[in-house]
Design a protein around this ligand. Structure first.
Ligand code: GDP
Ligand code: MG
Length: 163
């Protein structure tokens, strides 16, 4: 069994963009299960010598967002079951939101190792967000631009010792 690495974070931080960047064309399957696990996408990711199954979650974000924090946590909890590590993605340009902090607090109480990803870090626009991300207490944020393909090697370097 390959190590399973779930990509988590609030909507719009770039989880799916990162998933696509990591998996490329090696998309294994598209799940279409009912409930909070629906539209779970899995794909083979990795470099030579390190392969893992990446998991992206989507589909529930467009719904009425009145109870977003609750559904967010439920989704995150389901995704994390059986995972060997998590990539917790924040938007370095937007800075931390209360939802990021809530997910972060919850993640700190879990056993699963976490790599904190400060996405949208191309250029200088993400610098203050990267600094803010330290306050989550989840270690050193790894600056990444999923869209531009920057920082992916650093992401792997951070992940390798964990899985
Ligand atoms: P998700 O909701 O967390 O899955 O986020 P998406 O992957 O759908 O991305 C949300 C938005 O952020 C889209 O408009 C992406 O094009 C944009 N985005 C994703 N990654 C980056 C990045 O590295 N830099 C910038 N500037 N935008 C990004
Ligand atoms: Mg998505």
């Amino acid at each position: 069994r390959l190590p399973q690495v779930v990509i988590i974070g609030r909507p719009n931080v770039g989880k799916s963009t990162l998933f696509n960047r990591l998996v490329g064309k090696r998309l294994a399957l598209v799940d279409d299960q009912p409930g909070v696990t629906r539209d779970r996408r899995m794909g083979l990711a990795g470099l030579s010598g390190l392969e893992f199954e990446a998991v992206d979650t989507a589909g529930w974000e467009d719904e009425d967002d009145r109870s977003l924090p609750g559904r967010m946590l439920a989704q995150t909890q389901v995704s994390l079951k059986g995972a060997d590590a998590a990539l917790f993605v924040i938007d370095a340009r937007a800075g931390l939101t209360p939802l990021d902090e809530e997910i972060g607090r919850w993640l700190r109480q879990q056993e699963v190792p976490v790599v904190l990803i400060a996405n949208k870090s191309e250029g200088n626009a993400g610098e203050s967000g990267i600094l803010e991300a330290y306050s989550l207490g989840l270690g050193e944020p790894v600056p990444v631009s999923a869209e531009h393909g920057e920082g992916v090697a650093d992401l792997y370097s951070a992940l390798i010792p964990l899985i």
